[in-house]
Ligand binder design. Structure first.
Ligand code: ATP
Length: 716
C-alpha cells in the first residue's frame, strides 16, 4: 500500500501555506468554522464504482468546474458520494477528498497526509499544536494506540492524548482513524467521551486525539481491592451507560465494543462511553451488510457469533446486558475462551435459539452451531439471588432474538430504574484512587511477581479468590484473527510485539503461547462433556467475588456458568490456545472463505492483539486485493480473499467445533479431551520451566529462556 506521508514541502510552499492559513484562521475558532468543499478551476475526475444500481462496476466521470457551466453543487456532490457509498451519514468512505477541500485543510495547518485522505474527519477544525500540551504519564495502552495524560496549556486542564501512529502510513489506516473521528464528532452527550481536538504531526505521521481526561474505567474500579459497588451505584452506572448508548443509537451509531474498560468514569462519578474504534454508522433497515467480527468476545451477542451481517442496536444492548450481569455477579458472566465456547456459554445460560430463529435469521454459521438438543433458558434460576428487577432487565437485554432486546430507551424506562433502591446521583459516589484497567493489570503483574512462591496456593485454593487476587482480566477479543496473527508473527517480527515467543505451529502443544507468569494447573475435573468442564460449577457464600469489589456483600449467588479459579486463570490467556486448537486458523479461514464464496463482504475484522489492527487488517486486505475493493457502509470493504491463500498454505488441518453444539459430539469430545490434555501438558512444562528458572536465578545463574512464553499478553 502506498504511503501518504509526503515529503516535507519546500520553504516557499511553507510560506504560502502559512499565509493562506493566517487568512483562513482570521476569526476562526477551533471546530467553529466549517470548511466547505468549494469548486476549483481544476477539473476533478472521480472514478465511480456504481455498485448500487446493478452490482456492476461502471466508470463514470464527474466534472467540477468553477466557471459555473458544469459546476456540480456541493450538496449534489455529497449526494453523489452518498449514493456511491463514499460517504454514509457523514462517515467517510474511500477518503476521496475534493482537491479544493484538501487545499483548504492544508492551508489551515493540517498535514497533507491527513488532509488528502481524512478530509471529512477534520473538516471545520483547526489543528492544535503539540507544544500547547504538556505530556505527563502514559495512562493507557490500546491495541493500536497509546494514551497519555497531559495538561492542556491553553485551557489549563487535564486531557487524555490518544496517540495513533500510522507506521507505514498506509492510507487505509488513516481512513479508519477518520471514521472514529467522524463518529466522535457526531456525538455530543454527557455520557459519551468528548473529542476536544486533534494534534497532527507533519513529519512523523502520527495523530493525537485530545479527549477530556477520565480518571477511571469500570473494569479498573471493579478490580480495586476491597471495593464494593452498592446497588444504587450500579444502577447509576447502568443509567449513564444506557443514556450514552441511546444517544449513539439515536445518531445512527453502533458502538460495537461495549465493555467495562471502555466505560470511563471521572472523579465526579460521570460515566462516559469511550473507544469508538469499532463503531460504525448503521441504517435502520439494516440493509447495509456489516462485519460480524466485532465486539469483545465475552460481550458478543449470539447473532454475531453466528455470522450475522445485518444487525442493529441490539448488539450493543446484549453487551449492556452482560455488563449488568457482571456488576451484580462481580465477574464476567460468560467468559468464553473461543467463539465456540462463547456460543456454548450463551446457549447454556440463555437457551438455544428457537427453530423460528434459525429460519428467520438465516445466519452464516447456523448449520455448524445448531445444537443437537435444544438448551433451556436458565437465566432466572442462575441469577435467582439478584434483585428481580435486575434479572428482568437482564432477561430482556440478553434475549437470544435481537428483536426482543428492545431499545436503550426501553431499558431506561424499565422498573430496574424506577424501583427502590433508586440510582444514586453520580456526585454522591465515592472518590477512588486512580484506577484504570491498566492499573489493574499492573497490580496483577505485581501480585504475580510477589506471589511467585505462593502461586500454587492461589490456584489450589479452590474457587474462591483471595481479596488481593486479580480479578478476571478484561475480556479478550478472542477472535479468529488471533490464530492467523500468531502464524504471521512467527515469520515476521513485529516491532510492536511484546516479548512473545510461540511454539512453532506444528510442534507446540496446541500452538500454545504460554505466559510464564501465569502458571497453570491441570483441571481437576475429568470426563464428561469437556465444555461443561470448562465451566466449573461454584457457589459463593458471603460477599460475592471477594476482591472484585463488585458484589453486594452478604448475598449468595450460585451459578454454574462461570469459570472457576483454575480455569479462570487459564482463560486469561488461553483464548489463543483455544483459538488455535479448537477452531483452527484454517478452520476459520474456511469460514471466511465460505463467506467470501457466498459473496459476503467483510467490513473489518476485529482487532488483533499484537499488531496495529488498522495497519494489519487493511494491509492484509489491500495488499493483494485492491482490485476487489467494494464499498461497505461507506467504507472501502474488501473481500478477504487472501485468506483463501492462507488456507491453501495449511491444507490438511481439520475443522473442529465444540461438542454439544455439533452434530458429531463424540468426535468433538475426543478432540476437546486432547485439547485439554495438551493444555495441561503445556501448563506442566511452564511450571517446570518456571521452577527451573527460579532455581537458576536463586543460584545467580542466568535465567534459561524458554521459547514458549509470553510475557505480556494483551487481553483486550
Ligand atoms: N479520555 C480518557 N481519559 C483517560 N484515560 C483514557 C481516555 N481514553 C482512553 N483512556 C485509557 O486508554 C485506554 C486505551 O484507550 P482506547 O480504548 O480508546 O484505545 P484503543 O486502542 O481503542 O484500545 P482497545 O484496543 O483496548 O480498544 C483505555 O482503556 C483507557 O484506560
Amino acid at each position: 500500500m502506498g504511503g501518504v506521508c509526503g515529503k516535507p514541502s519546500s520553504p516557499v510552499q511553507n510560506r504560502r501555506d502559512r499565509q493562506k492559513r493566517s487568512e483562513f484562521t482570521k476569526g476562526a475558532t477551533v471546530a467553529s468554522r466549517p470548511l466547505r468543499a468549494v469548486s476549483t478551476k481544476r477539473e476533478e475526475s472521480f472514478r465511480v464504482k456504481d455498485k448500487l444500481e446493478n452490482g456492476d462496476v461502471k466508470l463514470g466521470l464527474i466534472d467540477r468546474k468553477s466557471n459555473g457551466s458544469r459546476k456540480v453543487r456541493d450538496d449534489h456532490y455529497e449526494q453523489i458520494k452518498e449514493k456511491l457509498g463514499l460517504i454514509v451519514n457523514g462517515c467517510p468512505g474511500n477518503g476521496v477528498v475534493p482537491k479544493a477541500l484538501e487545499g483548504q485543510l492544508i492551508a489551515a495547518g493540517w498535514p497533507s497526509w491527513l488532509a488528502s485522505v481524512a478530509g471529512e474527519a477534520i473538516n471545520g477544525w483547526l489543528p492544535r499544536k503539540g507544544d500547547t500540551f504538556e505530556k505527563l504519564d502514559k495512562i493507557g495502552q490500546g491495541t493500536y494506540s497509546s494514551v497519555y495524560k497531559a495538561r492542556d496549556l491553553i485551557n489549563n486542564k487535564l486531557v487524555a492524548l490518544k496517540r495513533v501512529r500510522f507506521d507505514n502510513m498506509d492510507i487505509e489506516s488513516v481512513k479508519f482513524m477518520a471514521r472514529e473521528i467522524v463518529i466522535l464528532r457526531k456525538l455530543d452527550h454527557p455520557n459519551i467521551i468528548k473529542l476536544e481536538g486533534l494534534v497532527a504531526s507533519r513529519s512523523s505521521c502520527s495523530l493525537y486525539l485530545v479527549f477530556e481526561y477520565m480518571e477511571h474505567d469500570l473494569t479498573g474500579l471493579a478490580s480495586l481491592p476491597d471495593n464494593k459497588f452498592t446497588e444504587p451505584q450500579m444502577k447509576c452506572y447502568m443509567h449513564q451507560l444506557l443514556s450514552g448508548l441511546d444517544h449513539c443509537h439515536s445518531r445512527g451509531v453502533l458502538h460495537r465494543d461495549i465493555k467495562g474498560s471502555n466505560l470511563l468514569i471521572d472523579n465526579n462519578g460521570i460515566l462516559k462511553i469511550a473507544d469508538f474504534g469499532l463503531a460504525t454508522f448503521f441504517d435502520l433497515h439494516q440493509s447495509v451488510p456489516l462485519t460480524s467480527r466485532v465486539v469483545t468476545l465475552w460481550y458478543r451477542p449470539p447473532e454475531l457469533l453466528l455470522g450475522a451481517s445485518h444487525y442493529g442496536v441490539a448488539v450493543d444492548l446484549w453487551s449492556t446486558g452482560c455488563i449488568l450481569g457482571e456488576l451484580y455477579a462481580g465477574k464476567p458472566i460468560m467468559p468464553g475462551r473461543t467463539e465456540v465456547e462463547q456460543l456454548h456459554k450463551i446457549f447454556k445460560l440463555c437457551g438455544s435459539p428457537s427453530e423460528n430463529y434459525w429460519k428467520k435469521e438465516k445466519l452464516h454459521h447456523s448449520t455448524a452451531f445448531k445444537p443437537v438438543h435444544p438448551y433451556r433458558r436458565r437465566l432466572g434460576e442462575t441469577f435467582k439471588d439478584f434483585p428481580p428487577s435486575a434479572v428482568r432487565l437482564m432477561d430482556t437485554l440478553l434475549s437470544i432474538d435481537p428483536e426482543l432486546r428492545g431499545t436503550a430507551v426501553g431499558a431506561l424506562e424499565s422498573e430496574f430504574f424506577t424501583t427502590k433502591p433508586l440510582p444514586c446521583d453520580p456526585s454522591s459516589l465515592p472518590k477512588y484512587p486512580p484506577s484504570k484497567e491498566i492499573d489493574a493489570k499492573l497490580r496483577d503483574e505485581e501480585a504475580r511477581r510477589q506471589g511467585a512462591a505462593g502461586v500454587k496456593n492461589q490456584f489450589d485454593e479452590g474457587h474462591m479468590r483471595g481479596s488481593k487476587e486479580p480479578r478476571a482480566v478484561p475480556a479478550p477479543d478472542a477472535n479468529a484473527e488471533l490464530a492467523r496473527s500468531m502464524q504471521r508473527r512467527q515469520s515476521s517480527s513485529n516491532p510492536k510485539s511484546r516479548s512473545e515467543h510461540f511454539y512453532p505451529y506444528k510442534e507446540a502443544p496446541c500452538g500454545v503461547p504460554i505466559d510464564q507468569h501465569k502458571p497453570l494447573q491441570p483441571s481437576k475435573e475429568k470426563g464428561g462433556d469437556h465444555l461443561e468442564n470448562h465451566s466449573e460449577r461454584f457457589s459463593h457464600s458471603g460477599p460475592l467475588a471477594p476482591g472484585f469489589g463488585w458484589a453486594k456483600s452478604g448475598k449468595k449467588y450460585d451459578h454454574d456458568i462461570s469459570v472457576g479459579s483454575n480455569r479462570a486463570d487459564l482463560s486469561k490467556f488461553s483464548t489463543l490456545v483455544a483459538s488455535r486448537s479448537v477452531v483452527t486458523g484454517d478452520a476459520r479461514d474456511r469460514f471466511v472463505a465460505s463467506q467470501v464464496e457466498s459473496g459476503r463482504q467483510v467490513e473489518r475484522p476485529v482487532r488483533l492483539l499484537d499488531e496495529h489492527p488498522r495497519k494489519q487488517d487493511w494491509k492484509r486486505q489491500t495488499q493483494n486485493h485492491a482490485s476487489s475493493r467494494q464499498f461497505d457502509n461507506g467504507r472501502a470493504s474488501i473481500k478477504e480473499q487472501n485468506l483463501h491463500g492462507h488456507a491453501h498454505g495449511h491444507k490438511g488441518n481439520t475443522i473442529h467445533f465444540s461438542g454439544p453444539l455439533l452434530v458429531q459430539p463424540n468426535k468433538v469430545d475426543q478432540m476437546l479431551k486432547e485439547h485439554d490434555r495438551r493444555i495441561q501438558e503445556a501448563a506442566r512444562r511452564a511450571r517446570l520451566e518456571k521452577a527451573r528458572a527460579g532455581k537458576s536465578q536463586a543460584q545467580g545463574m542466568p535465567r534459561t529462556t524458554n521459547s514458549f512464553y509470553v510475557t505480556s499478553l494483551g487481553s483486550r
